[in-house]
Design a protein around this ligand. Structure first.
Ligand code: AMP
Length: 186
């Protein structure tokens, strides 16, 4: 984004408070630490309100959160909108019958799981909003879209606090659903 475009106030607040941690969890990665948002009750509320507004436009009837930081932002949104929340989790964490999707990471593979009856609690045709803290390559969200499809749901929007605009995550996810974020690092 050119410097002369004034950013949304919430975007500025988020970008100013995030902590950059170089070489975490491995060399070459600049980790965007969202915990300072959680430490600021006012900004956390503003972030949840703003994300809720973005998500509401797509009229979902279910909120899904991606483990683990997607739970922090997804559950308050589900509560505010009075919608069911479904957790998308790492392998071996969910206790009931599950579906799973494996996907490629930069190095190796990852798997995510969801309860196979998770959408049975949704009234009507399931229209799901997927929430995570950050969109990077899009691999995790794309796998989540496939997982939701396996249990007969449709992802209508994927929403994030932060988007790494220099990666191709947005283009990948836009093939499955709308993409929204509160702040973009370019
Ligand atoms: P991706 O599948 O590449 O879009 O990565 C998404 C997941 O990895 C999200 O759940 C993020 O929390 C985490 N992640 C990826 N890159 C970063 C980063 N630079 N800083 C913080 N979290 C990251």
């Amino acid at each position: 984004m050119p410097d002369n475009i004034v950013k949304d106030p919430i975007e500025n607040k988020i970008l100013n408070i995030l902590r950059d941690v170089p070489d975490f969890p491995k060399p070459g990665i600049m980790f965007k630490d969202i915990t300072p948002i959680l430490s600021s009750p006012k900004l956390f509320s503003e972030t949840i309100d703003a994300l809720t507004n973005l998500v509401q436009k797509y009229q979902p009837n279910c909120i899904a959160g991606i483990e683990a930081r997607g739970f922090l932002f997804g559950t308050p949104i589900a509560s505010k909108l009075q919608l069911p929340f479904i957790p998308i989790r790492k392998p071996g964490k969910l206790p009931w019958k599950k579906k799973s999707v494996s996907y490629s990471l930069e190095y190796g593979e990852a798997t995510i799981e969801v309860h196979e009856d998770a959408l049975d609690f949704v009234e009507g045709k399931p229209k799901v909003a997927v929430i995570d803290d950050l969109l990077a390559t899009g691999g995790t969200t794309e796998a989540s879209c496939k997982l939701i499809k396996q249990i007969n749901g449709e992802v209508v929007v994927a929403a994030y606090v932060l988007e790494l605009g220099f990666l191709t995550g947005r283009q990948i996810i836009e093939e499955h659903a709308a993409v929204e974020s509160l702040a973009t690092v370019s």
